[in-house]
Ligand binder design. Structure first.
Ligand code: ATP
Ligand code: MG
Ligand code: MG
Ligand code: MG
Length: 481
């Protein structure tokens, strides 16, 4: 049974409304209550104060489809995009939340019912795996979760244990925390990394994480002796997140999020606007695989840029605006790789709005403004490239510090420079470039400290700790652009 991404979003929200949840609209991508958070990156962000107990709502159960961007900060998937089947910079996170109301047993039962009931998503149980927290020095193994999964109908053989990296969640060094339980879907051998029939846990491409259930059940505090201690929360809470693009991929029987109906129209638009197609790829300067990755990057980055600008971000040289600028320029750069050196990203904006305006009506009012902003950035980047290209001498390429300054000040993409060095038969000073970049990142981190001590959430504070999961198998070429 075919379901569109829009129907899946709606079914999710309706399912949880039927379980007594209040449907709440996504919050802005710009967090209003957390200066240390770069962009909204999970459904729970807008409820952070409710979980902390400093905000009270009239409802104790909520469900949302939250706009998320993971392109900087604690979660950074920017460099994965185009090279894995499941990562985007912008994505929608479907979630259900309990504020001291139901807990683990119901959260597990709800998730399993929605995924497997023939009245809802009807996924074949034999394709699903679940994980539970294996326990560590501070926290016991999550036997409860295992028991509830078994009661829900999951055979023990399909339940795996994972460590704290994947299956323990904390809001910060102190505060609410607890074990997670994830649900994975087996995309099948066709999606495998190596073509070998590997079991769960040994093939990152084949087994795709679709849903994460967080059980907030402890409060971490520091004892007078200075040691961390976990005590049970009086009212444990639930926070879950499922990527709409991933569940759409699954329910539409595809191997990649980018083959779902949430992306196909955008990839088509990118093909139309760049003139690239797999047909002429071999004759052109880019290979088929590289070109396809560029198309995915353009489609992804057009969504991120459109939603970020609609939510009030402007391209800039620092902070949030810098991340937006990086995303836009990366998209433009991939258009150039496909042979398009005229402005085209602003046209992508209209394609994104056409797909998303029903679910996110705020896009309609913003459409013209967003397209204009993107066009201006495209024009400015074209000028920048012209200026930068003139300064890109052999001497600059052989001196990493100077090359970095060209990259930083003029936005000259690294690939442009390494290509030029190769053409000129000289060696690009990558070591010096990396050194200069690291120093700059240290400075940037220091300047983004504002307010971090005021929040309970140091986990959100670091700007460039990346969450790189690698892109084995699908990697088309250099990820650095
Ligand atoms: P992964 O391990 O695949 O990177 P994650 O564990 O980082 O995912 P969570 O932080 O648990 O993801 O987020 C909850 C859900 O949101 C995930 O199970 C997934 O469905 C979705 N999700 C997370 N990151 C992305 C992304 N970059 N693009 C699309 N969906 C995502
Ligand atoms: Mg994960
Ligand atoms: Mg996860
Ligand atoms: Mg991740």
């Amino acid at each position: 049974q075919y379901r569109s991404g829009s129907q899946i979003r709606e079914d999710f929200l309706r399912f949880f409304e039927g379980k007594g949840h209040r449907r709440i609209h996504s919050s802005s991508l710009v967090p209003h209550n957390d200066p240390t958070l770069l962009f909204a990156n999970a459904g729970m962000n807008q409820f952070k104060d409710v979980f902390l107990g400093s905000d009270v709502r009239t409802y104790s159960r909520a469900t949302t489809s939250q706009k998320c961007v993971r392109a900087g900060g604690k979660h950074n998937d920017l460099e994965n995009v185009g090279f894995t089947r499941r990562h985007h910079t912008f994505f929608e996170m479907l979630g259900n939340f309990s504020f001291g109301d139901y807990f683990k047993k119901d959260a597990i039962a709800f998730a399993w019912e929605l995924l497997t009931s023939p009245d809802w998503f009807g996924i074949d149980k034999d394709k699903l795996y679940v994980t539970i927290f294996e326990g560590d020095a501070q926290t016991p193994r999550d036997d409860e979760a295992e028991q509830f999964w078994i009661e829900a109908g999951v055979p023990k053989s399909r339940i795996y244990e994972l460590g704290a990296k994947d299956n323990f969640w904390q809001m910060g060094e102190t505060g609410p925390c607890g074990p997670c339980s994830e649900i994975y879907y087996d995309l099948g051998l066709a999606a495998s990394e190596t073509g070998e029939d590997k079991p769960f846990g040994e093939d990152d491409q084949r087994y795709m994480e679709i849903w994460n259930l967080v059980f907030m059940q402890f409060d971490r505090h520091i004892t007078p002796g200075g040691l961390p201690e976990l005590t049970p929360l009086p009212k444990p809470s639930i926070d879950t997140g499922m990527g709409l693009e991933r569940i759409s991929c699954v329910l539409q029987g595809k191997l990649s999020n980018y083959q779902s109906d949430l992306f196909v129209p955008l990839i088509d638009a990118a093909i139309r606007l760049t003139g690239f197609s797999a047909m002429n790829a071999e004759e052109g300067s880019v290979s088929d695989a590289k070109g396809a990755a560029s198309l995915r990057i353009i489609a992804d980055h057009a969504r991120a840029a459109t939603f970020l600008i609609a939510d009030g971000i402007q391209p800039a040289n620092e902070g949030r605006g810098y991340v937006l600028r990086k995303i836009l320029r990366r998209g433009i750069r991939h258009g150039r790789l496909l042979g398009q050196d005229q402005p085209f990203m602003h046209e992508m904006v209209h394609a994104v709005v056409a797909e998303m305006k029903v679910a996110y009506p705020e896009l309609l009012d913003a459409e013209d403004r967003v397209a204009k902003t993107v066009l201006q950035e495209e024009q400015q980047f074209a000028r920048t490239l012209q200026l930068g290209l003139a300064r890109m001498t052999n001497e600059v390429l052989q001196d990493g510090a100077q090359a970095f300054s060209l990259y930083e000040t003029f936005g000259m993409p690294l690939d442009f420079m390494t290509d030029a060095a190769r053409d000129a038969g000289i060696e690009f000073d990558m070591v010096g470039f990396e050194r200069a970049k690291e120093e700059e990142q240290k400075r940037a981190r220091a300047s983004w400290k504002g307010g971090s001590q005021k929040t309970a959430s140091p986990a959100f504070a670091s700007l460039d700790k990346t969450d790189f999961v690698g892109y084995t198998g699908l990697r088309a070429d250099s990820a650095e652009v």
